[in-house]
Structure formats: C-alpha cells, structure tokens
Design a protein around this ligand. Sequence first.
Ligand code: NAP
Ligand code: ZN
Ligand code: ZN
Length: 354
Amino acid sequence: MFDCTGFASHAADQPLSPLRFERRDPGADDVQIDILYCGVCHSDLHMARNEWSNSVFPVIPGHEIVGRVTKVGANVTRFREGDLAGVGCMVDSCRSCASCKEGLEQYCEKSFTGTYNDPDRSTPGMRTFGGYSKAVVVDQSFVLRVPANLELAAVAPLLCAGITTYSPLRHWKAGSGTKLGVVGLGGLGHMAVKLGHAMGADVTLFTTSAGKVEDGKRLGANHVVISKDPDAMASQVRSFDLIIDAVAADHDINAYLALLKREGTLVQVGAPEKPLPVAVFSLIGARRSFSGSLIGGIAETQEMLDFCGEHGITSDIEMIRMDQINEAYERMLRSDVKYRFVIDMATLEPVPAA
Ligand code: NAP
Ligand code: ZN
Ligand code: ZN
C-alpha cells in the first residue's frame, strides 16, 4: 500500500474536500500513473451527491484520467515508465462472460469494476477511488494509449464524454447521409456534435441555452434548434434517423421521439435521477426505437482515441484548480460549462500524514 491524496465527497449534502487514502502497490500486471489532468463528468456530481442511490462514502470521483506512467509490473508489456496513458470509467471486469469476451466490458454480466465507488476485484476489502487524486494503479488491460499529437488536458474528457458518444454513433452507423440530432450542449453533447460532424453526419443541435447557438455551429452543428421554441421544434417533426440525448436532468423525451423518422432511434446517454415517461404511441406509430448506451469497451475506447488523433479532435475545456471543484459542480447544474471542466492535478496539495 502507499499513501495518496484525493478530493472526496464524504456525504451527499457536503462539499468535496481533501482526503488522504491508500492505494494498492502495483502488482505484476499493473501500471501506476501520476495523474496530470482529470475531466469533470456530470456522473461525478450524480455520484458525489448520491443521486443514483448507490454511493458508498467516501467517494473520490473522476474517470477521465490522463497522466504519466511511473511504475510498471513485471508482466506489463504495453507501457513503460515515462509513457503518457489514459484511464476511463472502468478499471476491471470479469473477463470471462460473453460481453467481456466480445470486448464489451461495459456490459459485463458480472458488473465491470468502475474507476471509483466499486469494490476492487484485485484486492479484497479495498474499494476503487477515482481520478480526483495524485496517482492511480490500474491493470494494463484497462489502460489506454493517448495520441501524442493532441493537447493532453483536452484529451482527458475523451475517456468518458468522447467514448460515450462515439460508441452509439458507431453502433447506429452515423455517417454521410445520417440526419443526426444531439440534445444538450454539455460535456457529452459537445463531443457528440464534434464526432458526428467528423463522421460526416448532418448534425442538428438541440439546446435550451440561446447563448450556445454560435458555439454549436463552431463545434460542427449544421443547424441549431432552441428546444424551448415550440414552432422551431414542430418544424423538425419526423426528420431524424438518430438522436443522441445527453441531458442530465428531467426533460420531455417525447418531444424528441416525435422528431424521429419512421424506424428512427433515440439513444439515451444522459442519466437523470428520475425515470423518463415514454409515450408508447409515438413508438408504435412509426416503429421508432428508444434505446440506451453505456460508455464503450476498451478496444473501442482505443479506436476512439486513435480516431480523435487522426482527426485532431479534443474537448473544449476550462481548466480549474482542484479546490474549485464545488463551484464547478454548481456551474454544471446551471448548464454553464464550456464544455468540460478539467482539473489541473498539480493544484492538489498532498495531505501530510496525521
Ligand atoms: P453536462 O456537461 O452537465 O451537460 C448536460 C447538458 O444538458 C447541459 O449543458 C444542458 O445543455 C442540458 N440540460 C441540463 N439541464 C437540462 C434540462 N433541465 N432540460 C434540458 N436540457 C438540460 O453533463 P455531461 O457530463 O455531459 O453528462 C450528461 C449526462 O450523461 C449525465 O446524466 C451523466 O451522468 C450521463 N453520462 C452517461 C454516460 C453513459 O455511459 N451513458 C456516461 C457519462 C455521462 P444545453 O444548455 O445545451 O441545453
Ligand atoms: Zn463520465
Ligand atoms: Zn464480464
């Protein structure tokens, strides 16, 4: 074990604060990484505030991790000390179920091990703690290679926001000729706009924020619709093949189901606290599908990073200090993010031994 410092949520109604905690020493298959930057996902906020009712405190959030390798175990072949590396939402899985064998570890039938807030499969009795911390130890099979040509801090959000939007775009074959809708211009939504545009789709952004119209176009949207405008929404009925909904809060999804063509699909990636009611006649009346998608497998995450390297795609980020995280959460709740907060981990002071 070694001592590490992180920034933790200790209870749903408390601000995050520094915490000294223990990490496992790297085993034969492990890579130890000094964390340089960590993105701030809305899931971190849901989990820090127990909005999905499964948080085990203390929670150290953070699953958009980039950093430098400082140690490797004896069996590690893919990384060397000094390499840059990335870690996303998963650090392990059962590796033997049908989903794991197909490279879809995110749908592991025995549950993947989340980067935070999960029991650590490799070390009974320990739990996983995320990237709002100085260092992390991860099995090499769950560590990603980072494209060298991209700005490192702006790569961090690709590890969750990037793969969570890339995976459904690929699964539902977004490309030239696809009429793609993206709902919500936050961390996930802005990556869906960039990636959908790079894949050749005709992208329409739906936003509640009139102030994001120009940014939406700059990021790659061909059209921007203010979703609060009923006439603008009515003009889009039955026109989309695929809609990616990345909204983190309660909202009317039936308004978007109506915008799908016959046999179109609405993919929910946003994970609001409360159930979303579905008007079934909207599905029945045009053989539409309402679906969901969870992050992406490790191989697909590497494919996404390589795709971003080739196309020069990164996240638009606002760098913050570790001690600005509570303020950043409040801004995220006001949809005031352009378009991902990233924590500069050099600003986290190690907590001395008591
Ligand atoms: P975010 O940066 O906070 O973005 C959410 C966006 O949704 C906002 O910027 C806003 O965009 C829009 N929005 C917020 N409140 C709204 C409301 N009441 N009605 C309509 N639109 C609203 O969040 P994020 O990090 O992108 O995460 C989005 C959601 O995805 C979260 O629930 C997160 O937990 C979930 N998530 C899921 C996965 C997965 O694997 N499926 C992975 C990561 C995250 P506008 O200002 O443009 O309207
Ligand atoms: Zn996330
Ligand atoms: Zn499995």
